[in-house]
Design a protein around this ligand. Structure first.
Ligand SMILES: Nc1nc2c(ncn2[C@@H]2O[C@H](COP(=O)(O)OP(=O)(O)O)[C@@H](O)[C@H]2O)c(=O)[nH]1
Ligand SMILES: [Mg+2]
Length: 467
């Protein structure tokens, strides 16, 4: 599968076809979603190539002219030599010819200025906002000279990162292998990579067929394992953390990751070794409470989720059912938010997460005018309106969360003498500081914190020594 080298942020150009019946708005929001998914993976979308067509061109998705435009972004030839059976001798010859052609083209270019807009950047990856057949993908790679990812492969990669439980990992791996099998290419040169594999090469069976067979066998194995897990007692509950956990759920683009960043420290907090060490989706709420409150960013709902990925999506979202509290985030500024809310609720119900206490958060409220806000509060009484970008809104939510888990918050005044200024630092770490004044006797802080934290801070100040 496509891998991004460590530390790199490859530029990507997005390709979309506006099919009949697809409105401009639908098209734009679908492309924007794909771009956001790509950003999650570390890609940098730099351009779009969009064409209105009756259907995807069976060979290369786009028409000839648009294909050239796309190739300008990547530095490819814009041509797919010949449509021949992949893996055949003719295919290899054609491939070689194609390479010759590209080189010629580049020499010919000289100082002839290209017409139209010149792409702002060289894209290293092409992202297609559709599902591609293996042939379309291969042809586009030939024409552009770079890796081509379709919607499914982008989403698979994101699920892969979010899959925490054994079950979710199995589901994602099965989906990945199913995606991969028809895309395997003849390795050429006698199928070296199957040497030493399981069993012998069947009579007349090519290396490619053998690889496909092995993938099928592997899928069957994984499915067996999955069935065993599902058949047993609900093992996933064993994973449940001892620590209070808040999970953010909702559609992609609702603002989950933004809110997560705003609520937590930037430092990744690994709750216990049950969470994979690479996991960046679990952090602790700041200011820290004792015990810490964990916040997890779950896999986002996707508008155009390919059918083959439904099972892996669900099992990846499963962690929501293990949380003590769900924050259901909705982008209140999105005209489709009501539908998104309904779909999210339905799926949460199906995975058993509807029994978890849930707070509805209407996010991006900064983008809504007053009348919309009023309508929203009439329609969703009890929902919290907020902007993940507003410090005050985030602080208010944080207070509510701390109150929910660590007990009632109290306001108090602390006077920290000059000799104890390190304590000021600690107060900032542990409590919400409402105001801070410096006077002769020291620093006066008006703070809000759970009672236990207040007691600890007072006890600390009462001791004679440095903390
Ligand atoms: N105006 C505004 N933009 C927001 C707010 N929250 C998030 N965003 C933006 O919405 C986009 C998606 O946010 P992100 O946190 O990645 O959403 P996620 O897909 O749910 O994780 C980003 O461009 C954010 O900057 C908000 O409250 N107000
Ligand atoms: Mg996110």
């Amino acid at each position: 599968m496509f891998e991004i080298p460590e530390g790199e942020r490859p530029a990507a150009v997005v390709v979309a076809v506006q099919l009949p019946g697809v409105t401009d708005d639908d098209l734009t929001s679908s492309i924007a979603e794909l771009e956001r998914l790509a950003k999650t993976l570390g890609l940098v979308p730099v351009g779009r190539v969009v064409q209105r067509r009756g259907k995807l061109a069976s060979g290369v998705v786009l028409g000839e002219g648009k294909l050239k435009e796309l190739a300008d972004w990547t530095g490819g030839s814009g041509e797919v030599a010949a449509f021949v059976k992949p893996g055949s001798r003719a295919a290899r010859d054609a491939h070689n010819e194609e390479i010759d052609e590209i080189e010629e083209d580049e020499q010919d270019e000289g100082d002839v200025a290209p017409s139209g807009e010149k792409p702002a950047a060289r894209a290293k990856v092409v992202l297609v906002d559709h599902d591609l057949s293996p042939t379309q993908q291969r042809n586009l790679e030939k024409a552009t000279g770079v890796d081509v990812l379709d919607r499914t492969s982008v989403i698979l990669e994101i699920f892969h990162r979010h899959a925490k439980t054994r079950e979710a990992r199995l589901q994602v791996e099965i989906a990945r292998l199913k995606y991969l099998a028809p895309r395997l290419r003849e390795t050429g040169g006698g199928g070296d990579r199957v040497r030493g594999g399981v069993g012998g090469k069947g009579a007349g069976e090519s290396a490619l067929e053998l690889d496909r067979r092995r993938i099928r066998d592997r899928i069957a194995e994984l499915k067996d394992e999955l069935a065993r897990i599902e058949g047993g007692a609900k093992t996933r509950r064993q994973r449940r953390s001892e620590l209070p956990t808040v999970a953010l759920v909702g559609y992609t683009n609702a603002g989950k990751s933004s809110l997560m960043r705003a609520l937590t420290s930037t430092e990744v907090y690994v709750a216990d070794k049950l969470f994979a060490s690479l996991d960046t989706t679990v952090r602790r709420l700041v200011p820290p409470t004792e015990p810490p409150i964990l916040v997890t960013d779950t896999v986002g709902f996707i508008k155009k989720l390919p059918h083959d990925l439904v099972a892996s999506f669900r099992s990846t979202l499963d962690e929501a059912a293990d949380a003590d509290l769900l924050l259901h985030l909705v982008d209140a500024s999105d005209p489709a938010h009501a539908d998104q809310l309904a779909v999210t609720r339905e799926v949460l119900g199906e995975i058993g997460a509807d029994e978890v206490e849930t707070w509805l958060l209407l996010n991006k409220i900064d983008r809504c005018d007053d009348s919309t806000r009023t309508a929203l509060s009439d329609h969703y009484p009890g929902a919290l309106q907020l902007s993940a970008k507003s410090k005050d809104d985030v602080a208010a939510l944080r207070d509510r969360l701390i109150e929910r888990f660590a007990g009632k918050l109290e306001e108090a005044e602390l006077v920290v003498p000059w000799s104890r200024q390190k304590v000021v630092h600690l107060v900032h770490e542990r409590a919400t500081v409402l105001s801070e004044e410096h006077a002769d006797e020291g620093t006066t802080l008006r703070i809000r914190a759970p009672q236990r934290t207040l007691e600890e801070l007072r006890a600390l100040l009462a001791t004679a020594d440095e903390p």
